[in-house]
Design a protein around this ligand. Structure first.
Ligand code: MTE
Ligand code: MO
Length: 219
């Protein structure tokens, strides 16, 4: 009798394990679900995050898209979307703050500029990096800030592919700088030794744009 009980028990355990295994099979891509927590911190759901763009949403074709990397580099690059995903992955919890006073907390996943510059090389004397976007927008940041803080270009937000209105395929995650430095729909990165003023910067906004500092005007 006890033998039978043990046997039935074993059969039940095998059956249950079988079911669990089946549930874990990747029939649906569970990893593509939006995360609402990351590293124990609460994320702002994407539908509660705001967005901002000078010309509305840009729709970029993943198949034909390339990211150009030019200027003071040893080797110009033309990276496809697949090539961007193949770099080592950076994954961070960070807050984005717009100068208008709104902001949100999110999980950002992408490729660091250090990874890209590791492939392209950098020429001595390079000072700034200009980010050009599909809507004609542009902005720039100091090379030292980008390399020193290991700044990334995100292709995922809260663990889902960056939505079109949020900059697909890439948004610059300019940690500690105002939202207008967080370029979306980036198509071209240029490394330069020249100063540069982007769309909002040439209209009176601070070129450093550090969060907490005055963003507009000089007085
Ligand atoms: N290409 C492009 N990038 C852009 C902008 C834009 O108009 N065009 N707006 C900037 C501003 S002012 C802000 S606050 C953020 C907003 O980012 P979000 O739409 O992902 O919230 O995008 C920045 N990046
Ligand atoms: Mo903004």
């Amino acid at each position: 009798m006890p033998d039978r009980i043990i046997l039935s028990g074993l059969i039940i355990i095998m059956f249950v394990c079988g079911c669990v295994e089946q549930q874990q099979a990747p029939a649906v891509n569970v990893s593509d679900k939006e995360n609402l927590f990351f590293e124990g911190k609460k994320l702002t759901p994407i539908e509660e995050q705001r967005n901002n763009a000078i010309k509305g949403t840009q729709f970029i074709n993943k198949e034909t898209y390339t990211l150009q990397v030019t200027g003071m580099v040893n080797r110009s690059l033309n990276l496809s979307y697949e090539e961007l995903l193949a770099f080592p992955v950076a994954d961070r919890f960070l807050r984005m703050n717009c100068v208008e006073g709104w902001g949100f907390d999110a999980r950002w996943t992408g490729v660091t500029l250090n990874s890209i510059f590791n492939d392209s090389g950098l020429k001595p004397g390079a000072k700034n990096v200009i980010f050009y976007c599909a809507d004609g927008y542009s902005t720039s940041l100091e090379l030292d800030y980008l390399t020193g803080n290991d700044i990334m270009l995100a292709y995922r937000l809260n663990n889902v592919t960056l939505p079109p209105e949020r900059g697909f395929p890439l948004q610059l995650v300019a940690e500690g700088r105002y939202g207008y430095k967080w370029a979306k729909w980036i198509t071209h990165i240029e490394v330069t030794d020249q100063p540069y003023e982007g769309f909002w910067e040439s209209r009176g906004y601070s070129n450093t744009a550090k969060v907490g500092e005055r963003a507009f005007g000089i007085f």
